[in-house]
Design a binder for this molecule. Structure first.
Ligand SMILES: C[S@@+](CC[C@H](N)C(=O)[O-])C[C@H]1O[C@@H](n2cnc3c(N)ncnc32)[C@H](O)[C@@H]1O
Length: 268
C-alpha cells in the first residue's frame, strides 16, 4: 500500500491504513471521526453492497467512488473497531475527547467497541439529518449518532471561562449529492461544532477523513488537524478541500493562537 504525507498549513494528512499510521503519530488533543459503519439493510447482501450504492438513492452511485472496510459482519467490525480505537487512544492526551459517528444499527456495537478499545464511554449526541427518508407507518430514519467518551477521567473546572457548552442534538441537513464529493460526507456546519471539543490551537485526529470535512472544519475553527485516509481518490479530494480552506483562512490573521499542536502531532 502506497503511503504519503502532505502538510498543508497546520494540517498533516496521511494516505494509508490507519492501523499502520496511528502507531507513528505524536500526541493529539481529541479524536473526531466517522469510520466505515459496516451497516445497511436487512440481509448480508445489503450490508456487502458497494458503498457507492449502499449510501445513495439508486441512480446516483456513478458520482461516488467506493471505499473499503464497510462490509464486515458485526463481530469482526467490533474487533476491528476496538483495535484501531486502542491505537488511537495511545496517542490521545489523558482525559481528552473521543467522538465517533455511527447509525442506529451499529449504535450498541459502537459503544461496546469504544469501551473494548479502552475508552470511557460518556454519552451519545444526535445528528438530526432533517432530510432523512420517510417510510409509511413507521418512524423516519432521520438521525445518526455521535458516540463520545474520554481517554480516562477528566477534572471539570466549572469556573474555566474558556469552556464551551455544546448541545446534545445538532440539526443540519445531509449535503445534497450535487454538493458532496464523498458518498457519506458530513455537513461542514456539524463538524465545525464537533471540533470544538478541543480548544483553539489544539490538534484533532480523524483516522478516517474521507473527503476531509473534519480537516476543513478544523482550519475554519482554528484547530490543528491530523487526518488519515486509505482511498487515494478521497485523499486527493481531502488535500484539495483543506488546501482551499487554508488559503481562505490565511486572510484571517490570528485564527491560530498556538501552533504547537502540529509539531506534536507529526511526532517532531
Ligand atoms: C465514512 S467515510 C468518512 C467520510 C468523511 N466523514 C467525510 O466527510 O468525507 C470513511 C472513510 O474511511 C476510509 N477508510 C476505510 N478504512 C480505512 C483504514 N483502514 N484507514 C484509513 N482510512 C480508511 C474510507 O476510504 C472512507 O473514505
Amino acid at each position: 500500500m502506497k503511503q504519503r504525507v502532505e502538510i498543508i498549513g497546520n494540517c498533516t494528512l496521511y494516505l494509508g491504513d490507519c492501523l499502520a499510521v496511528l502507531p507513528t503519530l505524536g500526541k493529539v488533543d481529541a479524536v473526531v471521526t466517522d469510520p466505515p459503519y459496516s451497516s445497511g439493510g436487512f440481509t448480508r447482501g445489503d450490508r456487502t453492497l458497494e458503498t457507492s450504492r449502499k449510501y445513495q438513492q439508486t441512480g446516483l452511485e456513478k458520482y461516488f467512488d467506493n471505499f473499503s472496510g464497510d462490509s464486515r459482519d458485526q463481530r469482526s467490525w467490533v474487533y476491528w473497531m476496538s483495535f484501531w480505537i486502542s491505537l488511537a487512544l495511545r496517542v490521545l492526551e489523558p482525559g481528552a475527547m473521543f467522538c465517533l459517528f455511527t447509525d442506529w444499527r451499529q449504535l450498541p456495537a459502537t459503544t461496546d467497541a469504544l469501551q473494548c478499545g479502552g475508552g470511557v464511554w460518556r454519552g451519545i449526541a444526535v445528528w438530526d439529518k432533517q432530510n432523512g427518508r420517510p417510510f409509511p407507518d413507521r418512524f423516519k430514519s432521520s438521525a445518526e449518532y455521535i458516540v463520545w467518551g474520554r481517554n480516562g477521567p477528566r477534572k471539570i473546572d466549572m469556573k474555566d471561562k474558556d469552556s464551551v457548552y455544546l448541545p446534545g442534538v445538532f440539526s443540519f441537513p445531509f449535503p445534497s449529492p450535487l454538493k458532496r464529493e464523498h458518498s457519506t460526507q458530513k455537513p461542514i456546519e456539524l463538524m465545525k461544532n464537533l471540533v470544538q471539543v478541543a480548544r483553539p490551537g489544539k490538534t484533532i485526529l480523524d483516522p478516517f477523513m474521507g473527503s476531509g470535512t473534519t480537516g476543513v472544519a478544523c482550519v475554519e475553527q482554528g484547530r490543528c488537524f491530523v487526518g488519515i485516509e486509505l482511498n487515494e481518490k478521497y485523499f486527493a479530494v481531502a488535500c484539495k478541500r483543506i488546501e482551499e480552506a487554508w488559503r481562505a483562512q490565511e486572510k484571517q490573521p490570528g485564527l491560530f493562537p498556538d501552533t504547537a499542536g502540529r509539531a506534536a502531532a507529526v511526532g517532531e
